[in-house]
Design a protein around this ligand. Structure first.
Ligand code: CO
Length: 140
């Protein structure tokens, strides 16, 4: 299994490739707000673990293993953002909160949160009922 930091890179690399068709070291560095030399180091580590293939002058491509996990990591991030929105967390906290928790949940927990998100999405009244409770709690 990738470490939390490897996960952050794989998630970002997957997103960059989805958006632009490629992920350069400089793009990754900018997106993650880290020094390009840290990116090079991590990319070499990800290459060693067979998540991607990195060639200095040709850039990098995800292996099928890297694509599979990258896709799951992006899904996990988006699911947790949906979850935060549904439970009523303020938009301005959502990104940081998700970045803080995403690496520390089991895939079992992720799947159960997925069920809960679905539970709320399937019927608008359920979200409204939750908002009523929240209103009541805020008034107390
Ligand atoms: Co994330």
């Amino acid at each position: 299994m990738p470490t939390p930091s490897m996960e952050d890179y794989l998630e970002r690399i997957y997103m960059l490739i989805e958006e632009k068709g490629y992920a350069r070291v400089s793009d990754i560095a900018e997106a993650l707000e880290v020094h390009p030399s840290s990116v090079t180091k991590m990319v070499q580590k990800l290459d060693k673990s067979e998540y991607l293939i990195y060639e200095r002058y040709r850039g990098l491509v995800l292996t099928s293993k890297g694509k599979k996990i990258g896709k799951r990591l992006v899904y996990r991030h988006e699911l947790l953002e949906d979850f935060m929105k549904i439970i009523g967390v303020n938009d301005s906290h959502i990104y940081q909160d998700v970045e803080g928790i995403e690496h520390h949940l089991s895939w079992d927990a992720i799947d159960r949160i997925g069920d809960l998100v679905q539970y709320f999405q399937e019927q608008e009244e359920r979200v409204n009922a939750l908002r009523d409770i929240q209103k009541r709690n805020e008034e107390e």
